[in-house]
Design a binder for this molecule. Structure first.
Ligand SMILES: NC(=O)c1ccc[n+]([C@@H]2O[C@H](COP(=O)([O-])OP(=O)(O)OC[C@H]3O[C@@H](n4cnc5c(N)ncnc54)[C@H](O)[C@@H]3O)[C@@H](O)[C@H]2O)c1
Length: 441
């Protein structure tokens, strides 16, 4: 098929490359001039493992253009797929302006292509779109995307399921041609149900994370190990280990905005959502917990402390910082008066200063921790986990506090070192009865 993919962000570019790998002829449409120039050079403007290599492999089957109309006139598309952003608006509701503009443009194309909307949109959006553009109705499908950043290509090429909301039966066959190698279940339903399926999935994942964080709060006492508790819980096949991980809360580009958007939608429709509200509340508190740990342990000297923040990304495998907890935690430490040094292996000192004006950006890990009173780990970078913690402990100043916001440091690397180790819920280094005692200042 000849496919235009409108919007070349994380989802659109992954989709363009994956569909080209599956044999389609794909045109990526991107209105941002800088992103477009990068794509035209054959480079990926977003970081996703494997994407640069696969983009190079499909270079003959993917082209990039700034808008869809002229390209459609030259050589009409069978399908226009819309993967534009739906960022949160001021009330938390999804801002649908990019979707509305893209659908408006697609609805005017002649000969008329099929239109497949993939952006995450609140229930009722497709109904409103086809009411505004009735000529689209039988050629329209809502087909939410469930990929995870970090495994986006695999998720697209081998999804766990495909969900599609249609008004006309013929769209089922279009979706089947779009995903020729499909071997997973396909749920065909109404567009509002498909829209709700996407939100319900993300809200469930967010709830699992907030549940793990609440359990960690309960396990923050001697003799308990949150890792063991959640390992034991997750082996139940009805529950599973995925997303059962305490830490700084969900801070990727989807769960914060999608939970907020569904909560807003529920308010607008007069439906109470106590469980969803609690999930959001637990998550909002989570980054503050690590700041509170620093404050509590450093006591009165907190405001004069030197704090080394290790990692600012939410996840090592994604450069998407849109809702990363570091954006909340670092300004809070600075506002309290602490001297904050920051190191992240993926960001240059200039990049760090642009993100966090006023911090001391560091070139490497030993420099960041040198003479710091406390270390705060915000990303589970292998460079941090596998660092020589005995050496780092020797570089720290009293009270040598390490707050592990991702519960990622390995007990056998830190046990016995002169560090005061704190995590999200207590974790017992194996063979010890409690994390290493605080050295005397
Ligand atoms: N990022 C994820 O992991 C993920 C996963 C599943 C679903 N989603 C959903 O998919 C959608 C896209 O997410 P994303 O992270 O790829 O967004 P993004 O913001 O990274 O990319 C969107 C792109 O669309 C471009 N764009 C907007 N309007 C355009 C137009 N009219 N013509 C051409 N280009 C246009 C923007 O310039 C931008 O580059 C969102 O609704 C999101 O919620 C995202």
């Amino acid at each position: 098929m000849r496919i235009a993919v409108v919007g070349q962000g994380y989802v659109g570019l992954t989709g363009a490359v994956s569909m080209a790998l599956q044999g389609h002829q794909v045109t990526g449409v991107e209105r941002d001039p800088e992103r477009l120039r990068t794509l035209e050079r054959g480079e990926a403007p977003v970081y996703e493992p494997g994407l640069p290599e696969q983009l190079a492999q499909v270079s003959g089957r993917v082209t990039f253009v700034p808008e869809v109309v002229a390209a459609h006139k030259r050589f009409p598309f069978d399908v226009v797929m819309i993967t534009v952003g739906t960022p949160p608006g001021p009330t938390g509701a999804a801002d649908l302006s990019q979707v509305q503009a893209a659908v408006e443009e697609a609805s005017g194309l002649l000969p008329a292509p099929y239109v497949v909307l993939k952006s995450t949109v609140p229930p009722g959006t497709s109904d409103a779109l086809v009411r505004a553009h009735p000529e689209l109705r039988d050629r329209f499908a809502y087909n939410p995307e469930f990929l995870n950043q970090g495994s986006a290509l695999t998720d697209w090429l081998a999804p766990a399921r495909v969900v599609v909301g249609v008004y006309a039966e013929e769209m089922r066959a279009v979706i089947q041609r779009l995903y020729p190698q499909l071997s997973c279940p396909m749920v065909v339903t109404t567009p509002p149900s498909a829209e709700m399926t996407k939100y319900a999935s993300n809200v469930f994942l967010a709830t699992k994370i907030s549940f793990a964080n609440e359990m960690a709060r309960l396990c923050d006492r001697p003799g308990m190990d949150i890792d063991d508790v959640l390992r034991g819980v997750g082996f139940d096949p009805r529950i599973g280990h995925a997303f059962l991980q305490p830490g700084l809360g969900y801070g990727d580009s989807c769960l914060p905005k999608d939970t907020a958007a569904l909560a807003r939608w529920a308010v607008d429709h007069g439906v109470p959502t106590p469980l969803l509200d609690a999930t959001i509340k637990v998550n909002a508190e989570q980054p503050r917990i690590v700041a509170a740990m620093l404050r509590e342990t450093l006591g009165e000297s907190f405001a004069r402390s030197r704090i080394a923040v290790l990692g600012v990304r939410y996840e090592p495998w994604s450069d998407d910082l849109r809702a990363a907890p570091s954006l909340t935690v670092i300004p809070e430490l600075m506002a309290a008066g602490a001297s904050v040094r920051v190191w992240d292996p993926a960001l240059s000192p200039d990049g760090l200063t642009d993100l966090f004006p006023g911090v001391i950006p560091c070139e490497d890990l030993p420099t960041a921790v040198h003479d710091a009173n406390a270390v705060l780990v915000l990303t589970e970078w292998p460079d941090i986990i596998e660092a020589d913690w005995a050496d780092l402990a020797g570089r720290l100043a009293a009270p040598r506090l390490v707050v592990d916001g991702k519960n990622c440091l390995l007990p056998d690397r830190i046990t016995g070192l002169p560090l005061l180790y704190r995590s999200i819920g207590s974790r017992l280094p194996h063979g010890a009865t409690h994390p290493s005692p605080a050295p005397q200042p």
